[in-house]
Design a protein around this ligand. Structure first.
Ligand SMILES: [Zn+2]
Length: 156
């Protein structure tokens, strides 16, 4: 049984599975930039599978520390990759991430970027180990060095 329709999307349906899964933080200020990066730089098409949790891939680094967080994300990722035949995983972290800031117990000036890049690399190593045929790429999104507040991406 169907309920009353409140909205009809103007977009046509395309049932073909995207080959790329992007894992990022949920921060909506960065979402459009991630999407544009996926289309323009990664050539991942206009649609990608998209997993967003606060802090991005961080749970995948918590196998020993917080296994339930690790399991939550890794189980869903395994299921998705099995079902969709994903061939490429792209993990993106971003500057000024509230999740990393909230977890940061060190001095205020601690370099979260370094920590986030370490986490991206640890998560990528895990993903490459588990998903043998899948390409894994990691990027860090930040503001440009000038004061224009443009968003730029580094491969890390
Ligand atoms: Zn964030």
């Amino acid at each position: 049984m169907s309920g009353p329709v409140v909205y009809e999307s103007s977009l046509p349906w395309d049932g073909e599975r995207p080959s790329t899964t992007i894992i990022t933080c949920v921060d909506g200020r960065w979402y459009s930039h991630f999407q544009e990066f996926a289309r323009q730089h990664l050539n991942a098409g206009t649609r990608t599978d998209f997993i967003a949790v606060p802090g991005g891939v961080e749970p995948l680094t918590l196998m020993d520390l917080v296994p339930k967080d690790f399991n939550f994300l890794s189980r869903r990722l395994e299921s998705l990759i099995d079902a969709h035949g994903t061939s490429r995983i792209v993990a993106i972290a971003h500057q000024d991430c509230a999740w990393y800031k909230s977890k940061s117990l060190g001095p205020l000036k601690i370099d979260l970027r370094e920590r986030q890049i370490k986490d991206l690399q640890k998560a990528a190593a895990h993903l490459r180990e588990v998903f043998k045929g899948v390409t894994v790429e990691t990027y860090f999104a930040r503001f440009s060095a000038d004061d224009t507040k443009r968003v730029v991406f580094e491969q890390v």
